[in-house]
Design a protein around this ligand. Structure first.
Ligand code: G6P
Length: 369
C-alpha cells in the first residue's frame, strides 16, 4: 500500500497532487487547442441530440452532484441551454417530467451509484437521450448510457473525491464548449481563447498546489472549530458546497456551504469570533459584492479565510488569511479554487488524526439505496 501511495501519506493527498496530470489526461486527444478544435466522439456522434434538446437534465450524487452544479452554470453561460441539476435520489422518486427530447447527463465517478442508475432507467423509459460521465471504464452507468465521455482521472482510492471532481468539471466544460460552438453561441475567436486557457489549467492547478504549506498552517489554527461556513457565488457557489462537504466527510467538523448573498437570510446569525468563514472571492465573479459580504462577516468578528486571485488587495486588507490562486477565465475558476479547499480539509483531518482515506460511515461507492 505504501508503494501505491507513491510516497504520499494518504491516497487523498496523492490524488490531490495528481490533478494537473489528471486534467491533462482528460483533455488529451480531445482538445486540440492549437488547431482550435474539440473532438469527442461521444458528443460529436450525437450532436443533434444536444443541439435539439430543449433542456439538459443532470443527475448525480455527492461530489458528482456538485460537478453537475458547476456544469449548469457553464452550459447556460456558454451554450445558452436550460439545465436542471438534481440529486438522483430525488429525481427517481418524484415522478419527474421528462421529455423525449431532453438530454440527461448522469455524472458518477464509480459508475455504480444505485440512485444514479435508477435515474438513468427512468429517463430511458421516457425516451430521453442518456449521456454518462464516468471515471471507471466499463462501469454499469457507462454501459447503461446511450453515449458518454470518460473522465480518465485514473483510479481514485480515497473515499473523499478530489481528482474525479476536477476532471468531471473538465469533461463537462469541453462538452459545453463544443455545444456552444456547434450552436453558434460563441464566436470562433472566443472558442480559441477558451481552449488556449483551458490548456493552461494544469499548470495553474500545480501553482494552486503550492499553497499547501500555507493551508497547513491555517488548518492548524482552525482545527478545533466546531463549525465552518463556506461561501461562494456564481461558478464558485458549488465550490463552496464541495469545500464544506470535504470538511464534513473527513474531519467530522460541521460545515455548510452557502451562496454568499444568501448569508443574510440565515447563516449570518451563526457568525461570531468562533466561526471560520471560507469565502471564495476571486476577481470578476461578483467580486465587489463578495467583498461586502466579507465586511459583514468582519463586523461580526468572524474569522475570514479568503480564496482570492493572485495579487488581490481588497480581500487581503479585510481577511485573517488569504490563499491565492492564479487568474483565469471566470468559468474555469472552480478548477483552481477547489484546490486549497481540498488541502484545507485534508490537513485539518490529518491534524485531528482522522482516517482520511476511509472516513467513518462512508463508502467510496454506494451501490445500495
Ligand atoms: C459516495 C462517495 C462520494 C461520491 C458519491 C457519488 O458518497 O463517498 O465521494 O461523490 O458517492 O459517487 P459517484 O461514484 O456516483 O460519483
Amino acid at each position: 500500500e505504501q508503494i501505491e501511495k507513491g510516497g504520499y501519506d494518504h491516497f487523498m493527498l496523492k490524488e490531490i497532487y495528481e490533478q494537473p496530470d489528471a486534467i491533462r489526461d482528460t483533455f488529451r486527444g480531445r482538445m486540440l487547442a492549437d488547431q482550435g478544435l474539440i473532438k469527442m466522439a461521444g458528443i460529436d456522434d450525437h450532436i443533434d441530440k444536444f443541439i435539439n434538446a430543449k433542456r439538459i437534465l443532470v443527475v448525480a450524487c455527492g461530489t458528482s452532484w456538485h460537478a453537475g452544479l458547476v456544469a449548469e452554470y457553464v452550459f447556460e453561460e456558454l451554450a445558452r441551454v436550460p439545465v436542471e441539476v438534481e440529486y438522483a435520489s430525488e429525481f427517481r422518486y418524484r415522478n419527474p417530467v421528462i421529455d423525449k427530447d431532453d438530454v440527461l447527463i448522469a455524472i458518477s465517478q464509480s459508475g455504480e451509484t444505485a440512485d444514479t442508475m435508477a435515474a438513468i432507467k427512468l429517463a430511458k423509459e421516457s425516451g430521453a437521450f442518456v449521456f454518462g460521465v464516468c471515471n471507471v471504464v466499463g462501469s454499469s452507468i457507462s454501459r447503461e448510457s446511450h453515449a458518454g465521455a470518460y473522465t480518465h482521472a485514473g483510479p481514485e482510492i480515497g473515499v473523499a473525491s478530489t481528482k474525479a471532481f476536477t476532471t468531471q468539471i473538465t469533461v463537462l466544460t469541453l462538452i459545453a464548449l463544443q455545444l456552444a460552438k456547434k450552436k453558434g453561441k460563441i464566436s470562433t475567436s472566443d472558442f480559441h481563447t477558451y481552449l488556449k486557457e483551458l490548456e493552461t489549467i494544469p499548470e495553474k492547478v500545480a501553482e494552486a498546489l503550492t499553497t499547501n504549506d500555507l493551508v497547513e498552517k491555517i488548518a492548524a489554527i482552525y482545527k478545533e472549530s466546531k463549525n465552518c461556513l463556506y461561501l461562494g457565488r456564481g461558478f464558485n457557489f458549488p465550490v463552496a458546497l464541495e469545500g464544506a462537504l470535504k470538511l464534513k466527510e473527513i474531519s467530522y467538523i460541521h460545515a455548510e456551504g452557502y451562496p454568499a448573498a444568501e448569508m443574510k437570510h440565515g447563516p449570518i446569525a451563526l457568525i461570531d469570533d468562533q466561526m471560520p468563514v471560507v469565502v471564495i472571492a476571486t476577481k470578476k465573479g461578483h467580486y465587489e459584492k463578495v467583498v461586502s459580504n466579507i465586511q459583514e462577516i468582519k463586523a461580526r468578528s468572524g474569522k475570514i479565510i479568503g480564496i482570492v486571485t493572485k495579487g488581490d488587495v481588497d480581500v487581503k486588507n479585510l481577511a485573517d488569511h488569504v490563499i491565492e490562486v492564479p487568474e483565469t477565465i471566470e468559468f474555469m475558476t472552480p478548477l483552481l479554487t477547489t484546490i486549497p479547499l481540498q488541502l484545507l480539509s485534508y490537513h485539518i483531518a490529518v491534524l485531528l488524526d482522522k482516517n482520511v482515506d476511509q472516513p467513518r460511515n462512508l463508502a467510496k461507492s454506494v451501490t445500495v439505496e
